[in-house]
Write a protein that binds this ligand. Structure first.
Ligand code: FES
Ligand SMILES: [Fe+2]
Length: 491
């Protein structure tokens, strides 16, 4: 077993201190665990069954022949949402994931004492290459409507939830008018009120979540997550994420971790009004783009800041994410209600898969970020100049001393925003706005060669503005020091 932190591949047995290392912000790729092959084949089989049901036997044959990582050649992008729902509604996959999580918690992590697994134990996403995903006409809003129905259907299948649902329906009927008024003032509502709204599972709730609004009409197939911490979405504190690569997870389409942010107290009080992602204005640390081989599991702790990498590869990535909780305390600031039913490891060990431990979020808030430092907020250097950048005319930005080696500066002109960076080899200037979703790169990490988009980690070369992806390219400019001033002009 190699023991370098943060990229360790665990070959055989976990040392006792592995949990402590996860607690300190390390991450690990687990390449062997009990029943690995059997569980992997079962999960893959469920996906292939879904492909066959939705797109026919010939499609399945072709995907089996060329691999799920090439399924975008055969399976229509517009039907990805249906496939997602097929898998999420499948009871076999739920058991597979519970078993996998239990095996890893008990045998590999050797968690002392009892631990918990969520009743609906996983997130699942098939990520097509972005250029193909963008062609889909099925929007996030349409997908969420269907998903909401599926969740209700699953819940209704389980008798124990009927009563809860009924209460929720009654509450909705008697409060419909109040609700509509509250929704109009959504920006001002507190997390406590949001719990009540979210309980309805109604479309209105989704539509008022502004983070969602921004992407509601974008293709579901092209959805990617910006940096976040899972407890912001209501996942219990103390969780260990199991990011299980089913197929095709490369550095250019997989998960991105920000381990240098680990253990920092990140403010997100404005999330209700924007999105449950890292607020703008905090400069990100170096993104770690993780390649996870088929069937391997990446492990990291719940408060690891992470995002999806925009899929700029030529491969489809299929991954399942589950979590193990060593305790069930919740983030008091989360605006998303999660949980109630958890499987305990003791129940699973004794073969009791039906019993659920009821742990309500509202009665079990934990302490968030106790004794933790706020992240370092890089001093923002910016200039605003009320002129347009036109061919052949240099613009004087500021004194050369404004920008030390390694600094970057946001330059706001009338017709565009540009970032100027001082590298060892001189000044570099590049467009500030990422063409993917229009996020400003000023919050991104940069080194001597690249600036990384703080949204989905695409790296842009500072000398030519190119990325690994043809259609994501930024314009670069000429910036130089002359007579103690920094000048900018078109190339
Ligand atoms: S890569 Fe998504 S906004 Fe830049
Ligand atoms: Fe996440």
């Amino acid at each position: 077993m190699r023991t370098t932190l943060r990229s360790t591949v665990v070959k055989t047995e976990f040392p006792a201190e592995i949990m402590a290392k996860l607690d300190q912000g390390s991450y690990f790729v687990l390449d062997r665990f009990k029943d690995k092959q059997k569980l992997y084949c079962l999960a893959r089989e469920v996906i292939l069954d879904g492909i066959e049901k939705i797109a026919g036997t010939e499609c399945r044959r072709l995907v089996e022949r060329d691999g799920l990582c090439n399924m975008h050649h055969y399976f229509p992008v517009d039907q990805l949402a249906d496939l997602d729902l097929f898998v999420k509604g499948n009871s076999c996959i739920k058991e597979v994931i519970l078993q996998l999580s239990f095996n890893i918690g008990r045998d590999d992590l050797r968690i002392p004492g009892q631990f918990f697994l969520e009743e609906n134990p996983f997130a699942f996403k098939i990520s097509y290459p972005h250029r193909i995903a963008m062609q889909s006409r099925v929007t996030n809003a349409e997908y969420h409507q269907k998903y909401s129905k599926l969740r209700k259907k699953i819940a209704l299948q389980e008798k124990r939830k009927l009563e809860l649902r009924q209460k929720s329906e009654d509450w909705r009927d008697s409060n419909r008018n109040n609700l509509l008024n509250t929704l109009k003032n959504f920006k001002q509502i507190t997390a406590e009120k949001f719990f009540e709204l979210i309980k309805l599972g109604s479309n209105q709730t989704l539509q008022t979540y502004q983070g969602f609004d921004r992407i509601a009409n974008q293709p579901y197939a092209a959805k990617v997550h910006q940096p976040h911490i899972d407890s912001w979405y209501g996942a219990p504190l103390g969780g260990i994420s199991l990011w299980w690569a089913i197929e095709g997870a490369t550095e250019d389409n997989g998960v991105v971790l920000y381990p240098d942010f680990f253990g920092k107290a990140i403010d997100f009080e404005n999330l209700a009004a924007s999105s449950s992602y890292l607020p703008f204005g905090i400069t990100l640390t170096k993104p770690c783009k993780i390649q996870v081989k088929n069937g391997h599991v990446l492990l990291f702790k719940y408060d690891m800041l992470h995002s999806s990498h925009l899929n700029i590869s030529d491969f489809t990535r299929v991954a399942i994410v589950a979590q193990i909780y060593t305790q069930c305390k919740f983030n008091p600031d989360s605006i998303h209600e999660r949980g109630t039913g958890f499987h305990s490891s003791e129940d699973i060990a004794s073969g009791n898969w039906d019993h659920l431990v009821q742990i309500s979020m509202r009665d079990n808030f934990g302490v968030l970020y106790e004794g933790r430092q706020k992240p370092h907020v890089e001093k923002r250097i910016s200039v605003r100049i009320n002129v347009e950048l036109v061919n052949g005319i240099p613009i004087c930005l500021c004194d050369s001393t404004t920008l030390s080696l390694g600094d970057k500066m946001l330059v706001r002109l009338q017709n565009k925003s540009i970032i100027v960076i001082r590298t060892i080899e001189g000044l570099r200037a590049i467009d500030a706005i990422c063409p993917h979703m229009g996020i400003n790169l000023i919050d991104g990490f940069h080194d001597q060669q690249n600036i990384y988009c703080p949204g989905h980690a695409v790296a842009y070369g500072l000398t030519d503005g190119s990325s690994k992806c043809d259609f994501l390219k930024l314009q670069v400019y000429r910036a130089d020091d002359r007579e103690g001033k920094i000048f900018l002009q078109k190339l």
